[in-house]
Design a protein around this ligand. Sequence first.
Ligand code: ANZ
Ligand code: ZN
Length: 957
Amino acid sequence: MSEYNHKAIEKKWQEKWEQSGIYTATENSKKKKFFGLIEFPYPSGDGLHVGHIRSNTAMDIICRKRRAEGFEVLYPIGWDAFGLPTENYAIKTGRNPNEVTLENTDTFRRQLKALGFSFDWSREVDTTDPAYYKWTQWLFLQFYKHGLAYKKKMAINWCPKDLIGLANEEVVDGCCERCGTKVEKREKEQWMLAITKYADRLDKDLDTVDFLERIKIQQRNWIGRSEGAQIRFMIHDSRIMNEIGEVEIFTTRPDTLFGATYLVLAPEHSFVTNNLKLTTNKEEILAYIKKTQDKTEEDRTEVSKNKTGVELKGIYAINPANNEKIPVWIADYVLPQYGTGAIMAVPAHDDRDFEFAKKYNLAIRHVIAPLFPALKDSRDEVRPDKPTEKRKTIYGIVKHWKDDSYLCLDWGKLGWHSFVIGGVEAGEDVIEAATREIKEETGYQHIKFVRKVGGETHASFYAHHKEVNRYSISEAYHFELIDGEKIEVAEEETKKHTAVWVAEKDMATFLNLSNLNYVWEQFKKETAYTGAGTIINSGAFNDIPIDEAKKMITESVGGKMVTTYKLRDWVFSRQRYWGEPIPMVHCEKCGIVPVPEKDLPVTLPEVKNYKPTETGESPLASISEWVNTTCPKCNGKAKRETDTMPNWAGSSWYYLRYTDPKNTTAFADADKLRYWTPVDWYNGGMEHTTLHLLYSRFWHKFLYDLKLVPTSEPYQKRTSHGLILAKGGVKMSKSIGNVVNPDSIVETVGADTLRIYEMFMGPFDQAIAWDTDSIAGSRRFVERVWKLRDKLSDNRTQTTDPKAKEIKILLHKTTKKVGEDIEAMKFNTAISAMMIFVSELEKTESISKATYGTLLQLLAPFAPHFTEELWEMIGHADSIHLEPWPTYDPKKLVSDTVTIAVQINGKMRTTFVANRSISEDDAKKTALALPESIKWLDGKEPKKVIYIVGKIVSIVI
Ligand code: ANZ
Ligand code: ZN
């Protein structure tokens, strides 16, 4: 037998495949198409990462299976090559980034080819190639022409030491990534893309695609669609009491309007600047506004951050629901760009407002009561056939005079464990009533009121002792006993319940009704109640279901229901050299003029050296031969736009270019787009499922509206892989020195082994740590498959082998499992199924060529080289990768034999193999005749023999 020589085999087949072009996709095909996509790599100077291989192999497996299933498959590759690391490296070394990029892509190409991916290399694209970015610029012009690209003053991150504008990813904890200096904000005119115009469709159309649920959730969170109301509050001057204006707020909870006890405006809100003169604490307000400017949005919205604010003294607002005067504040936790930049604060039902109100001692009014219905199927479940009684009750949380324990009630056979509970009669003072109840129910005499605890809670349940349904409206009060003086409790009380002392630490487990547990939590630490419930303290709107009340309350005060989005328009400018130049010129006479389409591409100037400017402009601004141009409209003096596009530009449409990468008259031909799009399956990292996915969906929808692409969504299906981490579960990074170099692994064990290892290392969607030692296991598996060839026989001898039948069944099972697992991206379990199959084959005398061939076919997508070699060795002329995918017969999945266990006196002693249809009689007879049974019976008759069909014969001696 010949030795397995991975180097020779992999080289041989990579060359053959390239010559024969078996992976070249064609759109002239009559076949159904399949477009498989992976995120094209950024060709960094570090070369290919083992993480790239994980994603690429997965999609390679899927694409190879699709080819075998008869699809015309497009599996393309390219380079997302604009980017900061290359630019920074180029600046440092004084080289042109173009040159650096070409070097890097050469390395990536060589490495990817060595792994045997079935890419159609004839369709390679490179975002930095002028023939490519001509179309990125053309697409930008379409946005501009349709009013979706516009200029706006925006704050950029500015490093005052390096004198350079920083991309968000270069700002780490508010400091410049390179020098650690605190980053400042600078206002600059930026190009924007109006993605918000598509917010609604970007959200809704997620319903039409097959994306993993967690990906849809990320997209939706980023878009941040929120339904709410805009409501106007009138503002008055406190001294002369007259109206001075109004502020409109945005809320998702108009149902809580009666609980709005103050207003909060973003410090940047125009009302503040316009009315400063009316306030009596102008200095304080101005100082606070100034402080806000240094804060990032993350700082401002971080839940754990201490909330700060300043009251606008001298003015107040009117709550339109109840006409109460309420104070007006500014606070940085209210953001200027979201909603209307102003809120009504409802501290009882919003966490941030609650924290703020506690800190500044502002009023808290409860307008939603949590409702606790007794659980379905519980003893206390509400009985529809019984009447319901509404009852006001109070909970007395009664503390011991010196210990940390509380006086509670044990309701005996009713099963309840509660605080001291009592009813309140109409008109009765609640504290008096509570004090009376405590005395009556527990006998203690000296009671001191401490405080009220939280708001109302409501509960509905069946009261067995009264045979009615109760709807209880409860308030909780904290009391303390002054001393232990006590009288005897009346029998009518002790019959119902007994008073018990419960240590503080045991309270949570003692109380066994959810409403009481909630009250106990509130007693220990009061919080806002943000959930659903019953509307209270809201005049005519009490008891109306929340969803109805939202609309009714909004309308009653002249507000309107609106939908808002967190999504903002996309800042599309970068002050960088290494990006697509934005194809615009600034003319002294005509203003902003787009570069005519016929003059595209606007190419980057070929300069040896460039540096960031000190003014925050792009390095292009100081290359005067390039900047100075003529106006396309009036031919007068003009200057080129020096901002370039962000990294996301080229990747927003690259998948479209793959369908027609060499087209010089359009970004892609309409017929080709019609054949290939949408992408059928797109796999990529979770880190790209928010922005890149959203941006490209936005571009695609825009092109769809222009009738330039045939579908409204670019990707039919989107999945994600887990990251590969270094040993120990930490990130691979050059600075730690734990980066795994794929080249050396391919060299020593081969691409096939590396591919199998990466697919076998763990569940595909989960992060996993690299383990060099385990690669040996994958290599051994490859060698075992290689060795099996020694057992090949012709088919005739095979059929007489008794094990052959079992092998046949297992082959059908394995075929089914591998096929299904590939579709579910469970590559690791597909491989283990093949490993089990190989172990079984190793136990047989001989293997048929057909069985071996099928095994090779199942394994070929995972390990394309050596399976191809073996396929050829066993006499096939055509490539294994073009063979039809193996099928299985569902009828053959079950074995017609079973293994039956034999128990003697309850202990498993032996087994036997029998036909599945064996009769009870025969099963018993066979079991009794086994040597093991004869030994145990020792000549005696068994007392009892029981047969459990297909499983056990149990013999009792
Ligand atoms: C009153 C209220 C009562 C609120 C309540 C919540 C709970 P989402 O769901 O994220 O859209 N809000 C509105 N504009 C804001 C801004 N510019 N900056 C900070 N917060 C703002 O959040 C909407 C809620 O966030 C709004 O509903 C408002 O607080 C707050 F029991 O209004 B709510
Ligand atoms: Zn002009």
